[in-house]
Design a protein around this ligand. Sequence first.
Ligand code: GLU
Length: 291
Amino acid sequence: MHKPYRGRFAPSPTGDLHLGSLLSAVASYLQARKYQGQWLIRIEDIDPPREVHGSAAGILKDLKALGMQADEDVGYQSHNTAAYQQALASLLSSGKAFRCGCSRKQLKNDPVYPGNCRKLQLDACAVRLKAATRQLTVIDQLQKSREYALAEDIGDFIIWRADDLPAYQLAVVVDDAAMGITEVVRGCDLQGSTPRQLYLQECLGLPHPDYLHIPLLTDKSGRKLSKRDNDDPLNQLQPLAAIRLALRLLGQQPPPEISDLNKLWEWAIVHWQASNIPLQFPTSSIRGLGC
Ligand code: GLU
């Protein structure tokens, strides 16, 4: 028997909810609803230098207004430092990770870490996971599967930062396992993180969730639409129109006569087909999608 489905939306509190992150929220929410599973929210607030005051509360308020509420209490990564430290300690003591004193400047010409500190016993704060010499296949529920040569394509990567903060890769893996996540639905900008996370799960003896990466929303010049974009269409839309736009971008075809947010969600849960999500979003048509 399959494990009950558990999905999540994991925004970093670095600005307002924007259309790009709304798409990840809607896709992950509908996958969870479709499989009668649970949908959880985790605020990824482990990077104080990038955090924007009030952003977490704003994102949660917007999600609620848009009709999406988590099935359990909202999680905050800033509360989980002890679990990250424990995972780090186990990777260091088993020799799977090493402390690294290299500066960014030193490595600026190396796309893959050259291994400088692998054999040294430093007491630097930054820690890298040792990439084994082997292949790893990433299976995506939507995108093409991809093969990676861990050592050559990825190399030893940072799991603890020089400023003594847990790195995103470690925190995500520890939390996805602790929350029992069975499928990660998120944007393609994080596709390159997935082989790192699969490898970290293996090193920590944690289960692998499935992965589904939705395409990135870009502006007319092909740039990723970000939280800093003032022309984010989400700013001008009422909840019903925002969810309708998100559904249409995600390849669903809600009937135009639905004029109530709850009814639109009811329709979406019944009709949701992840396989209809396009592999790429049209760049120029965001504004013309009937909002
Ligand atoms: N916190 C990340 C973001 O806001 C998402 C992380 C994830 O879904 O794994 O881009």
